[in-house]
Design a protein around this ligand. Structure first.
Ligand code: KG4
Ligand code: ZN
Length: 342
């Protein structure tokens, strides 16, 4: 198959991401650009969907221009356009989808609708060396917490998932309880570094449930009760709570991920999604994986959270596999879309 040049567009939530990926052996990711709306949503304490959609509209063309300039490529050279079809915010998805489909019609190229989580799952393939199929993936983002067996592009088996809050959501809600601005995951992790291990003990929900499912809403409630009990925690008390929270959630994630690896007999674990940026999670997983003699792969930090590169990559791999390509034009977004249906 001749080399293909794929444009990737991500707009499912509060980041506009655009990237250009070439399937040429000497190509790979040629350029990528991102605009995060975090500052805009911060004053509301969470993502405001209508504001998100409007901002995607403002950003998509300048980001596309930047990617073309940075890579020295032109629109005429594109072979296909991949975009996030879901899951995500309906209005935000519609911006990326409508833009991608319109541009593809104008250029006379096909489109590749991509599942956002598939993008996260495949993002470690942007690293060098990449993991080899099959592998176990721990997908921990703001909206999802899942353990999957990934046998190949489009071949995903759900092993376990959260029954309530996602790991990132639990980080963000706990951060809010401690007075940190949205999305507080990274700031909470930073705060936890100043906390004393063991000073605040919190429950490890479903640690010994015998399956690979998670539940994090009880942990968030335990933090809320702790904060109430103290009244208004000072800096050290807040750091101790943050530390207690991080240790609890990391314990559960590490134990279940390692169990999934062991049960599967596979030797590779891939960690994807925004919470994959968490240093303590990485430290603990690396230590456990060393003992279990398996390898852990992480996407580069910039590809842990939402980005266009993972969508361009997923689109390119789907293109190569001959799957999911459609003529440009009619489209629908899928705000709710189980990965198992891919
Ligand atoms: O993958 P992502 O960009 O969003 C979804 O697709 O949902 O992940 C964002 C999530 C947020 O909840 C954010 O607080 C969390 O990832 N996050 C972190 C860290 N960096 C980002 N959570 C814990 N520790 C971090 N260092
Ligand atoms: Zn995401």
């Amino acid at each position: 198959m001749p080399a293909m040049l794929i444009l990737g567009i991500e707009s499912s939530c509060d980041e506009t991401g655009i990237a250009l990926y070439s399937t040429d052996p000497g190509g790979g990711l040629l350029a990528h650009a991102l605009h995060s709306q975090i500052l805009m949503h911060q004053e509301y304490g969470g993502v405001v969907p209508e504001l998100a959609s409007r901002d995607h509209i403002r950003r998509v063309v300048p980001l596309l221009r930047k990617v073309l300039t940075d890579s020295g490529r032109s629109l005429k050279e594109l072979d296909a356009i991949a975009y996030t079809q879901g899951p995500g915010l309906a209005g935000a998805l519609l911006v990326g989808a409508a833009f991608a489909e319109g541009l593809a019609v104008a250029l006379g190229v096909p489109t590749i609708p991509v599942h956002h989580l598939e993008g996260h799952l495949l993002s470690p393939l942007l690293s060098d060396p990449p993991p080899q199929f099959p592998f176990i993936a721990l997908l921990v983002s703001g909206g999802h917490s899942q353990l999957m067996r990934v046998a190949g592009v489009g071949d995903y088996q759900l092993l376990g998932e959260t029954l309530d809050d996602a790991a990132g959501e639990a980080f963000d809600k706990t951060a809010k309880l401690l007075g940190l601005p949205y999305p507080g995951g990274a700031a909470l992790a930073e705060m936890a570094e100043r906390g004393t291990p063991g000073a605040v003990k919190l429950p490890r929900p479903m640690l010994n449930s015998g399956d690979l499912d998670f539940s994090f809403s009880g942990l968030k409630t335990a933090v809320m009760l702790k904060v109430r009990e103290i009244g208004s925690p000072d800096a050290q008390q807040s750091a101790d709570i943050a530390r207690g929270f991080e240790d609890a959630i990391v314990d559960v994630l590490v134990k279940k991920a390692m169990r999934a690896v062991k049960d599967s007999g596979l030797r590779q674990l891939v960690v994807a999604g925004g919470v994959g940026a968490n240093r303590e999670l990485r430290r603990r997983l690396d230590a456990e994986a060393h003992i279990a003699r398996c390898s852990v792969f992480y996407p580069k930090l910039e590809f842990c959270t939402d980005n266009g590169a993972m969508i361009a990559l997923a689109g390119a791999l789907r293109f190569q596999a001959g799957a999911s390509i459609k003529p440009a034009g009619a489209f629908a977004v899928r705000p709710r879309w189980p990965l198992a249906e891919v």
